[in-house]
Design a protein around this ligand. Structure first.
Ligand code: NAI
Ligand code: MG
Length: 356
């Protein structure tokens, strides 16, 4: 259901997050104005900088605070000096888990004006979506270590797959495929080596697929699947994977489509009980932070995914069209894409295209 006003929480985070998120916000505002709605942004300073001052990435009631919003727009968190597991488990993971953002969605599309590291591939060859299970699977807190530091030292970590969790991520992938031209879902598995959870994953995939007779299916073991991403990206439409396999594929995917500086991602609660969270794939990029040269396109594409999720399809399309137009011009592309623009110039070009 669309609204006249959306309340969106913005969390720029660390490093280039604070440089690209404002560009995405201005672009979203311009698209909103064009299509007759508006956005009320509330900014939160949750970050490693805040951690250094307060000992927490976000306040204790942080997750609760987010529930009042229609969506969350996040830059990146992580900064040298704060261990990555602290920033991840202090902010991203609690938000993903407690808001039940169980579908992590990353579109992989080779855009015009961007060259793929794969020789001879064009926009018609690379257009798929990776759907990753985002709240259970291999990333569990169950396990432990005993006899630390001795010869008998032993560690174990348990993967957890529930029927509910497995079925709902597969349902999400199939519903997504139903609305796409190719109508095809590939499952990432490893049932030859992992003999309990992955055969279960395969069983559920076969079972859930029966509900979607018009959608074709394929499945590959994760090892050969990564090779196929590189050698046959044209085989894929929607690819569904567990938390770990999906994590790997959702970094490999954007890599074959060119630059991490353009790749968007969404953490979705499909039922809409809680706000969904939208973030570029890239991190805080300490190596270029503060120089004003970060590519803002990933943040803009991410904002387009957010507007699309909120039901504002036309506004989302406006953002995508603007971003593609800008990428085809070297004078408005950033350096990571072989252009000459900085963040400001690229952002201004996107804005100008939206407003015309
Ligand atoms: P990164 O994505 O920040 O950077 C990887 C490389 O890509 C760097 O050379 C960087 O300059 C370049 N790059 C990334 N985004 C770019 C953009 N928009 N324009 C131009 N170049 C861009 O990954 P890295 O270096 O592994 O991680 C840095 C920090 O970010 C770490 O603390 C990590 O934990 C955190 N991180 C956070 C994520 C999140 O908040 N979801 C995701 C990935 C990393
Ligand atoms: Mg990852």
């Amino acid at each position: 259901m669309t609204k006249a006003l959306y309340k969106i929480a913005s969390i720029p985070g660390d490093g280039i997050g604070t440089e690209v998120i404002p560009v995405g916000q201005r672009a979203a505002d311009a698209a909103a104005a064009k299509h007759g709605f508006s956005i009320e942004w509330t900014e939160f300073d949750w970050s490693c900088e805040r951690y250094a001052e307060t000992g927490r990435m976000m306040p204790e009631d942080g997750v609760e605070t987010m529930k009042a919003f229609d969506a969350i727009y996040l830059g990146a968190v992580g900064w040298p000096g704060v261990p990555d597991h602290v920033s991840l488990w202090g902010l991203l993971i609690p938000l993903r888990r407690e808001l039940d953002l169980y579908a992590n969605v990353r579109p992989v599309r080779l855009l015009k004006g961007v060259s793929s590291p794969l020789a001879g591939r064009g926009p018609e060859d690379i257009d798929f979506i990776v759907v990753r299970e985002n709240v259970e699977g291999e990333y569990s807190e169950i396990g432990g270590r005993i006899y630390s530091g001795t010869e008998q030292e032993m560690v174990s970590q348990q993967a957890v797959f529930t029927r509910r969790g497995t079925d709902r991520i597969m349902d999400y992938a199939f519903r997504l495929a139903q609305n796409r031209k190719r109508k095809h879902v590939t499952s990432a598995t490893k049932s030859n080596g992992i003999v309990h959870t992955m055969p279960f994953w395969d069983e559920r995939f076969a079972e859930v697929s029966k509900k979607y007779p018009e959608v074709e299916t394929a499945q590959f073991h994760i090892d050969i699947l990564t090779a196929h991403f590189v050698q046959h990206p044209d085989w894929f439409d929607v690819v569904v994977g567990s938390n770990l396999f999906g994590d790997i594929l959702s970094d490999l995917g954007p890599a074959v489509a060119g630059s991490i500086g353009i790749a968007p991602a969404a953490n979705i609660n499909p039922e809409g009980v809680y706000p969904s969270m939208f973030e570029p794939v890239h991190g805080s990029a300490p190596d270029i932070a503060g120089q004003g040269i970060a590519n803002p396109v990933a943040a803009v594409w991410t904002a387009a995914m957010m507007l699309d999720h909120l039901g504002e399809k036309d506004a989302a399309q406006t953002l995508e069209t603007a971003m593609e137009a800008v990428l085809s011009d070297p004078a408005s592309r950033t350096k990571d894409l072989g252009g000459t623009a900085n963040t400001k110039v690229c952002g201004a070009a996107i804005l100008k295209h939206i407003e015309r």
